[in-house]
Every structure is written in C-alpha cells, then in structure tokens.
Write a protein that binds this ligand. Sequence first.
Ligand code: APR
Length: 313
Amino acid sequence: MEIRRPKISILGAGMTGSTTAHWCAAKELGDVVLFDIVEGMPQGKALDLFEAGPIEGFDVAVRGTNDLRDTAGSDLVIITAGMPRKPGMSRADLLSANYRIVKDLVLQSLEVSPDAFFIVLTNPVDVLTYVVKKVSGLPRHRVMGQAGVLDSTRYRTFLAEAIGVSVKDVHAMVLGGHGDAMVPLVPYANVNGIPITHFLSKERIDAIVERTRKGGGEIVNLLKTGSAYYAPGAALAEMAEAILKDRKRVLAVTTYLEGEYGLRDLCVGVPVVLGGGGIERVIELELSEEDRRALQVSVDEVRAQIAELPETL
Ligand code: APR
C-alpha cells in the first residue's frame, strides 16, 4: 500500500503565503510547495522553513519554485498571489490586476492539478472566489474563499478579551462579504453555550462588532506598509486541515450560493460543513431581521464589485 502525504501548493509566497506555509508545516498537514513569480524568493523561504523541521519535529517537505509545474498533483491549491494597492491605484485597477493574476493561476493550476480543491485569499476575496468558480467550471464544493474564518477569529479574540474567558470557549461567526459591511452574528455568539449578552452590555457588543468589521483596516493602519498575515495564514491552515483531515468543521467560508439565503450566482461567507469533500453542506441559519438586512447590504457591495470585473463571466 502506498501512503502519500497530501500536497498543498501555495501560489504567492508573500507575507500571507509564507505564513500559511509555516502553519501548514507546523501542523504536518502535508508537503508544501510555495510558488511565486519573484525568482529565488519562494525557494529561499521554503528552504528556511524546511530547515526548522528538525527543531519543530515536522516530517513534511517544503520546497519553493518559480515553475507552476512543480505544483502538479496537488490536493489543495491556496491562492494568495496578488498585488497590494499602490498609491494612485483605484479599487477597480486593483480588481482588474488581481483578476488577471488569479484567473491565469487557476487555469494553469487546473491543468496540472485537475483534482485539487481551491482556496482563494487574494482580495477582493468574494469577487475573486467567484472568478475562480466561474473560470474553472468546477463544482462549488471544490472552490472556496477565506474571509469568514479570519473575521470570526478576530471577533472571537475581542469577545474573549472583553469577557475575560479563554478563546477556546468563545464561539462566534461572521457572515457576508469581506468588507466593512460584514455581519458578525450576535444572537449565535456564545461562551460554551451561554449567550454573550449574559456577559456584555449592548454597547460593548456593538463596539466589538464595529471593531471586527474594521479589523483588517486596524492592522493596515498600524503596519502602514502591508496588511495582516498571521491570522489570515492561520485561517487558511484551519481550512486546509478541515479538508485534508476530513474534520467536518463548521466554519464561515466564502461559498458560491445556489439559492441558499435567497441568493444565487455570487460568493459570500456563510456557515458550511468543511471536510474531505470540501464544502459538504451549506448551513442555512435563521437570521434576525437586523442581520438579514445587514447581509443584504454586504451582498449588494459584492454584486457591485462583480459588475466592475473587466470581463463578463
Ligand atoms: N504569480 C505568483 N505570485 C504572484 C503573482 C503571480 N502572477 N503576482 C504576484 N505574486 C506574488 C508577489 O510576488 C508576492 O510575493 O504574490 C505575493 C503577494 O504577497 P504580499 O505582497 O506579501 O501580500 P500578502 O500580504 O501576502 O497578501 C496577499 O492577500 O490580503 C490579500 O489582496 C491581498 O493580494 C493580497 C494577498
């Protein structure tokens, strides 16, 4: 019997890509290939990480490459490649640049990894997940975006800190698009089953919801030259683990909707069961009137961005 480790390819070896590689290797999720267009950089980062193996005790291979053919036969492809927004660049310019990068990468990857699952991180993530779904023609269970796991971990961090309990006991999810209109759910947020309203006033909760919505911007304002990468990388590794170890985790995942929540033909974050079959099930929650309205605002934003794509899909 041949036993093979899963193969995880990370396209884009920048801050988030390399941090994701770190978390994936540390969790021994599989052999990792880091791909980037910058010569030498993915090779250098991969070798450096590989050399940490004896200390950390992970028995996985980590290698870097500038040749996409080295990603052949991947079980999972994670796309973090993209351009940051540069001064003078409009949001539409950025969308158009990242659209081309992601579209080309997914088409080339599919040729060498026809059976892979795809996770998109590059922003705007809801739109680019939609792009991958459309241009690949893959069924929706194999294409997803990472946003909700990150937004939810930020929400959980702030709740745990404010309540003064372990992060392990705080369960909470954020739905919708990955923008300031995202929807951190309050009615379902709990501390080991106890509603957060038992611990926090409405004002405190409102402030935490607002901070969660602006969580990405808070980090950008502090870093000044880049955006978050530790928590985004951890979020990607959590999704990778759910799939590669068939954990059947219940996570907020950017998903192509086919009528759920009254929505179709777009991708936004909803709770799903994530396991060996990828998105195995979409969980349709009953939403309060307030959350339903908030979700609609977020969905309208995502639809407006889809309309700005340089090509009709
Ligand atoms: N193929 C492969 N890699 C590419 C390509 C391409 N066509 N185009 C750009 N890249 C690489 C860059 O060389 C860079 O190493 O993508 C990497 C992006 O890394 P960073 O600039 O460090 O960005 P990071 O902070 O990791 O964020 C990645 O996530 O938050 C989103 O939209 C944001 O696009 C950004 C992405």
